[in-house]
Design a protein around this ligand. Structure first.
Ligand SMILES: *[C@@H]1O[C@H](CO)[C@@H](O)[C@H](O)[C@H]1NC(C)=O
Ligand SMILES: *[C@@H]1O[C@H](CO)[C@@H](O)[C@H](O)[C@H]1NC(C)=O
Ligand SMILES: *[C@@H]1O[C@H](CO)[C@@H](O)[C@H](O)[C@H]1NC(C)=O
Ligand SMILES: *[C@@H]1O[C@H](CO)[C@@H](O)[C@H](O)[C@H]1NC(C)=O
Ligand SMILES: *[C@@H]1O[C@H](CO)[C@@H](O)[C@H](O)[C@H]1NC(C)=O
Ligand SMILES: *[C@@H]1O[C@H](CO)[C@@H](O)[C@H](O)[C@H]1NC(C)=O
Ligand SMILES: *[C@@H]1O[C@H](CO)[C@@H](O)[C@H](O)[C@H]1NC(C)=O
Ligand SMILES: *[C@@H]1O[C@H](CO)[C@@H](O)[C@H](O)[C@H]1NC(C)=O
Ligand SMILES: *[C@@H]1O[C@H](CO)[C@@H](O)[C@H](O)[C@H]1NC(C)=O
Ligand SMILES: *[C@@H]1O[C@H](CO)[C@@H](O)[C@H](O)[C@H]1NC(C)=O
Ligand SMILES: *[C@@H]1O[C@H](CO)[C@@H](O)[C@H](O)[C@H]1NC(C)=O
Ligand SMILES: *[C@@H]1O[C@H](CO)[C@@H](O)[C@H](O)[C@H]1NC(C)=O
Length: 409
């Protein structure tokens, strides 16, 4: 079985690995009560040296795998549980569980492999056990079964990759069996696999996929600014072959911010990767209004663009305007024009600058778009009511007339 896998063959081997049935394991305590049930397929990739070369051994959990006695349902005053599986000659895979009031996690996954085991690591120039250990993101609510059918539970450790798939497991069992409720891993939910926040489409073509609306970010400067809004930059650029494209850039939830509370200007500086977006608010003491008067943008552009950096600045804006002491609120999407190449789309905004009382938003002032949206149902409702009234009156008049008509006969 001495085999030398090229990395290209690895994928094929990986696929083969998944065709193999999952193995089932059970851990019981001294009273024969079951505390852990687990079912999964594992694919190991181990790199080791022979006298002449470097080997990459790929194998799935052998059928001789058994639960080891060091598995435990916890000791007094210790809520940890351990599933330890041994296979071939002194190789093992260990999952250490911990819990809190609401959830349990696999705190660490430890793989111990024995380079002296010639059945797995033929011709290894080194001997003895090697240990690799890693935290995992396997986490489930208590009294639920963790399920993850995706291939994605990949745990890479030094010379080793451990790939779990088709996982069904539950620790801290109450009734010796799976609880029937599930916590599904994020990989299986699909949509959470990170989607690039940028989408580019040719100006003429219809967008192939509707671009995701941005996360609503909260930006909060003590004493002078409260803001909660989703932000999306729309940037037009010229590609190397002279076509124009526009790109939507969503500011993510982990955008960092800083700012400055001045008497006449409030600055909010948002930074995410290479993107920097700065808002400048001003107030007009005559009208008692504050508004966004300047936006400055800098970001990088995709490789296909002629220019790789992008900058725009507009200091004659009058956006997000509201009365001092009150908040600006807009549920509708609004677009602020910055330059011919760039605009800023704002979603689900509530913003207040300068005077803030008690660290909460003041009375909201609805944006004109929201007011129009409110007006439409009112107009439609009023029109319908009017129509009903007209029909009713017409009916009553008609009835009276025909009544009168019969009487004359
Ligand atoms: C533990 O329980 C299982 C079935 O629930 C049974 O087959 C086994 O014999 C029991 N072992 C002991 C030591 O009682
Ligand atoms: C990783 O493998 C190399 C040989 O391929 C070996 O020299 C090294 O000691 C290994 N590291 C660990 C942590 O096992
Ligand atoms: C468990 O904790 C209790 C109270 O904290 C203590 O009295 C007891 O001795 C502990 N038992 C062990 C085995 O540590
Ligand atoms: C695992 O990966 C293979 C190959 O990429 C794919 O065909 C299969 O559908 C995947 N399984 C799951 C459950 O995602
Ligand atoms: C996944 O595990 C279930 C049992 O838990 C088994 O029936 C099924 O065949 C496995 N699927 C794969 C692709 O290993
Ligand atoms: C365990 O089983 C008992 C009796 O079968 C049932 O009353 C109880 O609700 C079960 N508990 C859980 C957590 O499933
Ligand atoms: C603003 O931040 C402060 C301190 O971080 C926090 O106490 C307050 O609740 C925040 N206000 C809002 C509206 O998020
Ligand atoms: C982005 O800007 C371009 C050019 O101004 C415009 O045609 C397009 O509709 C905008 N897209 C969005 C989603 O704002
Ligand atoms: C310009 O380049 C883009 C990719 O960079 C390509 O999709 C497009 O078809 C090209 N257009 C022309 C007119 O060559
Ligand atoms: C922000 O989140 C994105 C994914 O949403 C991630 O790629 C990036 O590293 C994160 N940045 C920071 C500073 O955490
Ligand atoms: C905004 O923040 C970035 C990063 O912290 C900094 O480099 C930049 O100078 C700031 N811009 C302004 C106008 O404060
Ligand atoms: C304040 O608003 C008034 C009325 O719109 C305008 O005439 C005046 O120039 C504004 N003042 C400042 C400092 O912008």
């Amino acid at each position: 079985m001495a085999s030398r896998y090229s990395w290209g063959l690895l994928l094929a081997a990986a696929l083969l690995g998944f065709l193999q049935a999952s193995s089932a394991f059970e851990v019981r305590d001294g009273k024969n009560k079951t505390c852990i049930l687990a079912n999964f397929s594992v694919l190991f990739t181990v790199e080791y040296n022979t006298k002449t070369s470097k080997e990459v051994k790929v194998f799935s959990l052998p059928s001789n795998a058994v639960v080891l006695p060091e598995s435990t349902c916890g000791k007094p005053n210790d809520t940890s549980e351990v599933l330890a599986i041994g296979f071939s000659n002194n190789n093992s895979l260990k999952m250490a569980f911990v819990r809190n009031a609401g959830a349990y996690v696999v705190r660490s996954l430890t793989f111990t492999y024995n380079l002296s085991d010639a059945s797995l690591f033929p011709n290894s120039s080194e001997t003895g056990a090697r240990n690799v250990s890693k935290d995992t993101d396997i986490r489930a609510d208590l009294r639920t079964t963790y399920t993850c059918h995706s291939n994605n539970t990949i745990i890479s450790m030094q010379n080793v990759t451990v790939l779990l798939s088709n996982v069904t497991l539950e620790a801290y069992l109450v009734n010796n069996t799976f609880s029937g409720k599930e916590t599904v891993c994020s990989e299986d939910k699909g949509s959470t696999t990170v989607v690039p926040s940028t989408t580019s489409v040719a100006p003429t073509a219809a967008p192939t996929a509707a671009p995701k609306t941005p996360d609503v970010g909260r930006y909060n400067l003590t004493g002078c600014l409260l803001a909660s809004m989703g932000l999306q930059l729309n940037i037009t650029y010229t590609t190397k072959n002279q076509t124009k494209k526009w790109e939507l850039l969503n500011l993510p939830a982990n955008t960092t911010f800083s700012g400055n509370c001045g008497d006449s200007t409030v600055t909010l500086n948002l930074t995410s990767g290479s993107t920097d977006l700065v808002f400048y608010f001003e107030q007009n003491s005559t009208t008692d209004k504050y508004f966004l008067h300047r936006i400055s943008v800098s970001t990088s552009l995709p490789p296909e663009s002629i220019k790789r950096t992008f900058k725009a600045d507009n200091d004659s804006l009058s956006a997000l305007k509201a009365t001092v002491g009150k908040s600006y609120k807009c549920f509708s999407e609004e677009s602020i024009w910055i330059s011919n190449e760039t605009s800023l789309n704002i979603f689900n905004a509530q913003v207040q600058a300068f005077k803030i009382t008690g660290n909460t938003f003041g009375t909201p002032e609805e944006c004109p778009m929201d007011e129009n949206n409110m007006l439409i149902p009112i107009i439609v409702g009023a029109a319908l009511a009017g129509l009903v009234l007209i029909v009713l009156i017409a009916y009553l008049i008609g009835r009276k007339r025909s009544h009168a008509g019969y009487q004359t006969i």
